[in-house]
Design a binder for this molecule. Structure first.
Ligand SMILES: C[S@@+](CC[C@H](N)C(=O)[O-])C[C@H]1O[C@@H](n2cnc3c(N)ncnc32)[C@H](O)[C@@H]1O
Length: 255
């Protein structure tokens, strides 16, 4: 149980295991406790299903979008590959950053690109920077199509936001990691699954059947990658940790 004692300026956390913590409201620990509760409550009320970007629905926690924007701006990739298109909001988000940078394109992969989404994405001002590939992200034909679109000297960033089961993310990591440029990242989204297991719309197996398990297996096999959360480029506040649906998601290819 989390109690916010506004008058007393503190947060009291009574955990299921019987332990108790108390933090002053102006501490990062208090912020983390409140954020964890906010993320869980946000899951239950489908908070991330309430946003759009330049007219297209985007199913993301806004914090994660601001953070990945920081990475894209610093890295200045030539290509973002994203698996999991849905309505196309995140593709438009990445394409919009590229438009502002005057370079870059986005390849979006989805097992099913619904006709109305395809029409809307094709008619969008960012469409010239977006290519759609329909097919399972781990089907050899899909992977070959994506690979054929990448030129040898291009800087590539990969974002995995399709099926988030351990087996699928593991397979995606194996297929797409070779496309990632040294110094760039493969980002395995939605490790939040482990944190919200037991909540509405979750599976009993989410404690282990999630992207974090896939990341652990992948990293054990691939010393050329390291879990490396990009530092905040600007931080005059006290908070040191992300509020995120994508914990431990950034895997950097060593230069
Ligand atoms: C969470 S949504 C993507 C959200 C999108 N990136 C955004 O930010 O708005 C997940 C998408 O993954 C797609 N998907 C599920 N299984 C897939 C697979 N095997 N290969 C490719 N896409 C898949 C679904 O069709 C769905 O559109």
């Amino acid at each position: 149980m989390l109690t916010i004692d506004e008058a007393g300026g503190r947060v009291i956390l009574q955990r299921a295991d019987g332990t108790r913590a108390e933090h002053a409201l102006d501490t990062p620990d208090a912020f983390e406790a409140v954020s964890a509760a906010w993320l869980r409550c946000g899951w239950d009320v489908k908070y991330v299903y309430g946003f759009s970007w330049m007219g297209r629905p985007i199913i993301q926690l806004p914090e994660d979008m601001i953070r990945i924007q920081e990475v894209i701006w610093r890295l200045r990739p030539d290509v973002v590959i994203e698996t999991g298109v849905a309505h196309g909001g995140s593709l438009v988000f990445y394409a919009g950053i590229f438009a502002a940078m005057g370079k870059g394109r986005v390849i979006g992969v989805d097992i099913e690109i619904r006709p109305h989404n395809r029409v809307e994405i094709a008619a969008h001002p960012m469409a010239p920077r977006i290519m759609l590939v329909e097919g399972s992200s781990i089907a050899p034909k899909t992977v070959a199509t994506v690979r054929s679109e990448i030129k040898p000297d291009e800087t590539v960033l990969v974002i995995l936001d399709s099926n988030h089961s351990q087996a699928h993310v593991e397979a995606e990591l194996e297929h797409y990691a070779p496309l990632v440029s040294p110094g760039s990242y493969i980002v395995a989204c939605d490790g939040i699954m482990a944190q919200v297991a037991g909540a509405p719309r979750t599976g009993a197996d989410w404690t282990w059947n999630n992207p974090l398990s896939a990341i652990d297996t992948f990293l054990a096999r691939h010393p050329e990658f390291t879990a490396d959360e990009p530092p905040f480029p600007f931080n005059e506040g006290k908070v040191r940790h992300r509020v995120t649906y994508w914990p431990r998601c950034y895997l950097r290819r060593l230069p």
